[in-house]
Design a protein around this ligand. Structure first.
Ligand SMILES: [Fe+2]
Ligand SMILES: [Fe+2]
Length: 275
């Protein structure tokens, strides 16, 4: 099975590159299952129902989020109606929506996706390690599902890497989101879990983490907020990770970066060659 995970979709530029390229990429590479982080899709802040639908129509099988999930208040309403929409699983009990769900991939495999948020420099949610333990003991590879994707939405690299090793051998893919900058450490860990500290964003990289540069620079130099942050609107790059999953074990055989567009070195998976 071939999985694709795309990083935080940032504003209109990010939406455009994803909706334009994703259908062709699914066809070209034969991805069986696609997860997209959509927490910044609406002008950098949250996601609307209309945008969620456009990402699903472009080929996302599941849209994950993070700390920006409720920036568009309508998400509090539609979260319960879309089983393909996830918010972090470690919000308190009673929070709208769901943080984990099982989906059927195009090859018939059952894929558990868990969205969880880190605690370091992030909102004080429930413990992420206990939360994923609960989800993965209720639905393990070979006992409830055939593959598992965990989106660890966190600021600290250390926390994301800890999650990777914590789940090594139990998940097909543990992938970091939130920083909007792709890391070069994508690989298969010793136990067979594909890992990447942060997958980066789908957005305009001529920016400060996807935002128009002027106000971040003013704030950095003067320490005085003087305008709202707005998303950068130039041409966007798509940034993601492709994983070749062994159908028998549900663990990763190979990983490859998928990067297309200005500001990032281009990369496309070539899983056609022998492993
Ligand atoms: Fe983000
Ligand atoms: Fe975030």
């Amino acid at each position: 099975m071939k999985l694709l995970f795309l990083g935080d979709v940032m504003g209109r530029s990010g939406r455009r590159v994803v909706t334009q390229l994703l259908p062709g990429l699914i066809e070209k590479h034969g991805f069986d299952f696609v997860v997209v982080n959509g927490e910044n899709a609406a002008g950098g802040f949250g996601i609307t129902e209309e945008i969620l639908q456009s990402l699903l129509e472009a080929g996302a099988d599941c849209v994950t989020t993070g700390n920006h999930v409720w920036d568009q208040r309508e998400a509090l309403i539609f979260a319960d109606r879309y089983d393909r929409f996830l918010r972090p699983v470690n919000y308190p009990p009673g929070t709208p929506g769901r943080g984990a769900n099982v989906y059927t991939a195009r090859n018939g495999a059952r894929v558990l996706v868990v969205n969880v948020m880190g605690l370091i420099f992030m909102p004080a949610l429930d413990d992420p390690f206990q939360a994923v333990t609960r989800e993965l003991s209720a639905c393990a590879i070979g006992n409830g599902c055939d593959a598992i994707v965990v989106d660890i939405h966190a600021e600290a690299s250390s926390e994301k890497q800890s999650m990777g090793y914590f789940l090594d051998g139990k998940a097909s893919l543990v992938i970091g989101t939130h920083t909007h900058v792709p890391t070069a450490d994508y690989r298969v860990l010793a136990g067979g879990t594909a890992f990447m500290t942060d997958v980066g964003m789908c957005g305009d990289y001529d920016s400060v983490i996807g935002m128009e540069k002027d106000e971040p620079l003013r704030r950095a130099t003067t320490k005085i907020p003087s305008a709202r942050f707005g998303p950068a609107t130039g041409p966007a790059a798509l940034s993601g990770l492709a994983v070749d999953v062994d159908d028998a074990t549900g663990l990763a055989r190979r990983v490859a970066a998928l990067r297309l567009g200005p500001g990032l070195p281009p990369a496309e998976p070539d899983f056609a060659s022998p492993s």
